[in-house]
Design a protein around this ligand. Sequence first.
Ligand SMILES: Cc1cc2nc3c(=O)[nH]c(=O)nc-3n(C[C@H](O)[C@H](O)[C@H](O)COP(=O)(O)OP(=O)(O)OC[C@H]3O[C@@H](n4cnc5c(N)ncnc54)[C@H](O)[C@@H]3O)c2cc1C
Length: 399
Amino acid sequence: MDLSYTPEEQAFREEVQHFLDEKLPKEMSDAVREGRSLGKEGHERWHAILNEQGWLAPNWPREFGGCEWNAVQRHIFEEECCRAHAPRIVPFGLTMLAPVLQKFGSKEQQDYYLPKILSGEHWWCQGYSEPGAGSDLASLKTKAVRDGDHYIVNGQKTWTTLGQHANWIFCLVRTDPDAKQQEGISFLLIDMDTPGIEVRPIILLDGTHEVNEVWFTDVKVPVENLVGEENKGWTYAKYLLTHERTNIAGVGFSQAGLDAVKRLARVQMHKGRPLIENPYFAARMAQAEIDLMAMSTTNLRIISAAASGQAPGVESSMLKVKGTEIRQEINDMARRAAGVYAMPFASEAVEGGNEPPVGPEGTAAVAAQYFNNRKLSIFGGSNEIQKNIIAKVKMGGRA
Ligand SMILES: Cc1cc2nc3c(=O)[nH]c(=O)nc-3n(C[C@H](O)[C@H](O)[C@H](O)COP(=O)(O)OP(=O)(O)OC[C@H]3O[C@@H](n4cnc5c(N)ncnc54)[C@H](O)[C@@H]3O)c2cc1C
């Protein structure tokens, strides 16, 4: 297999590098490199910069305003963005909901919602999980009852990431309580400004406010906000999840994370010598690098298949498991390399405190990132659940 890049691909890489040199604000890349939070405004600013360039939606078809880049272009773009410490684009509208609307939404929904995702007017969040309905998502209880040309929604969602910033939420709701679990679910688009919605913060292990509970009390949702057919929401929900899982793999993030660990291991000392010369630590880094190279190739294979029209299937579960294991291993190596500087529980370092952080560059946020990324093997469907899916599909239903 020839893994070298063509002259056209090389030229594309240079174009991306040039764009990032010119348009990525330095204070933004500094914040990302140091693991500091960007806040809502920071995310909106980077979203707008990419949109102006026309590069916000690499995976969307051109007819909807996307780049329609091929797998290699998308890989190059992600690699360069991570190398330059560009912020991650908030995925809920762009890479989760949009593919669902493009495949299952009505023409009116596509015309109304997709441009607002690109412009940033709509900030979406994901209303799937509920207390008691995480891994067993199909047991969700939030219900929507048809009343004329509206649904009346009652219930509670939880773990809603960045719901405090969102003005729209896509929700799985139960529309037929008598049907078999998966068959009575619908996919609704809900304006967060509708009366009866309350967002309550949940503070995470790393001290940050990233997730929320969202409560619905007699919330009136127009029937035209239903995606596809009533009671067929499970099909759309699963389609969305395959996109979510493929994106969680985060090859570029791991590459940037591994580079940061190497930088740190060169300056941190162990028994009088740089940590990078410690055989045990060097072997750990080498293993992570080998795993990452193998996953990167698998990732290319999968996005290439997706580009030729095949929806990512069980492969997205494989990527999710391996990708998150690698990311957590890199976080753990960073924690180990930071040594005593990883000991303070410095959530202020993530939010940007008054004092300069102690320790070599990149150590201040190491502990917070380590704690925060425990989530990677939980959300998007826990890794145990992904292993069940892989076993079931690959072993012919014997799981
Ligand atoms: C930081 C964070 C952000 C999130 N963001 C969102 C969001 O924006 N929107 C949203 O809808 N959801 C979100 N989630 C929810 C996430 O999808 C769920 O947490 C996840 O699906 C697991 O569900 P649960 O927490 O209810 O755990 P449970 O389902 O109760 O699982 C508990 C443990 O049991 C294991 N387990 C459960 N069933 C099985 C089984 N059959 N076989 C083997 N092991 C099993 C699980 O792997 C896990 O280790 C987020 C979660 C986190 C932590």
